[in-house]
Design a protein around this ligand. Structure first.
Ligand SMILES: [Zn+2]
Length: 228
């Protein structure tokens, strides 16, 4: 549990720390690198209106007038994962169980924001574990994905954080997670072919140690799926 908790706190501190960045240079101060202006007192909606203006449109016109409010509400919703840990998502939905075969949950919807461009990446998460005395309530899997997806993310870290959270909360014999996603920052900017999909995986325990277990998971996770 120490792992994700520490990471969560770190990320949160870093984000809230930015608002209270250094104030403008006083006289005689050296311009050392990039000094960020202190905008911490500026309302979020004003920042969005300023951005719209700088990009060439009029934030005061009818269609855009309420946009800053909507953008703020939307972004706060899409980044609310910072306030939660994997432990929060699973809660006490752990059940004692002697079942020791693979539990696989496929096709969990995932929507996140790429931290390099703040554009969505989205797709499916498949997760599996081999219990060692406990199983997790199935309804908690989607919640667990949301805790880590609703942040500024990269797909690789998202995959690893989900795997680590399962590993630490259920304490199973093994964990495997595969994420398949489309990145709008690549698709909309024409960086790659429109349909190219990024696949990442993270494994723990027996999935790392035993190739047959790993192969079984990959075969089940990637079989007969409809295209997004
Ligand atoms: Zn990106």
């Amino acid at each position: 549990m120490a792992g994700p908790t520490a990471t969560d706190k770190g990320a949160h501190t870093q984000l809230s720390g930015r608002g209270g960045g250094p104030v403008a240079d006083t006289s005689g101060g050296m311009a050392s690198g990039v000094t960020q202006a202190d905008l911490s007192g500026v309302p979020f909606t004003d920042l969005i209106a300023e951005m719209i203006q700088r990009l060439g449109d009029d934030p005061g016109r009818d269609g855009l007038f309420r946009t800053p409010e909507r953008v703020e509400r939307t972004l706060r919703f899409l980044t609310q994962g910072y306030g939660f840990t994997g432990q929060d998502a699973v809660g006490d939905a752990l059940y004692s169980e002697t079942h020791d075969n693979m539990v696989l949950v496929k096709d969990i919807e995932m929507y996140s924001l790429c931290e390099h461009h703040l554009l969505p990446f989205f797709g499916k998460v498949h997760m599996a574990y081999i219990p060692d005395g406990y199983i997790m309530g199935l309804s908690k899997t989607a919640r667990l994905v949301e805790v880590y997806a609703r942040r500024f993310q990269i797909q690789e870290r998202l995959t690893d954080q989900i795997a680590q959270a399962l590993w630490e909360t259920i304490e199973p014999r093994g964990v495997a997670v595969v994420v398949e996603a489309y990145h709008l920052c690549m698709m909309m900017r024409g960086v790659e072919k429109q349909n190219s999909k990024t696949i990442t995986s993270a494994m723990r325990g027996v999935f790392l140690e035993d190739q047959r277990t790993r192969d079984e998971f990959l075969r089940l996770a990637t079989s007969s799926r409809e295209v997004l």
